[in-house]
Design a protein around this ligand. Structure first.
Ligand SMILES: [Zn+2]
Length: 84
């Protein structure tokens, strides 16, 4: 499943807000983003605001790569036993 997220740093504001919000679907994300915009940025909850926020939605890429340092135990073992 692709998660959606919105990064407040990309929303033009003078607060230099660095919050990012993510959710599994557009509607959840939009609700959370609207609440954030209203409570933190004092925006009005209008169709225009919602439209604007939707344009900032991004898809979180789900990569299959191992996280950093995710080498297998066998690899570590092989390295340890290798003569230097
Ligand atoms: Zn914000």
């Amino acid at each position: 499943m692709t998660r959606k997220y919105i990064d407040c740093r990309e929303y033009p504001s003078e607060m230099h807000c660095t919050v990012s919000i993510s959710a599994d679907n557009d509607d959840e994300l939009l609700e959370a983003a609207v609440q954030h915009a209203v409570s933190v940025h004092q925006h009005q909850d209008t169709p225009e605001l919602r439209q604007q926020l939707r344009q900032l939605f991004k898809e979180e890429s789900t990569s299959m790569e191992m996280p950093m340092g995710g080498r297998s135990a066998a690899d570590m073992e092989a390295q340890r036993n290798r003569p230097t």
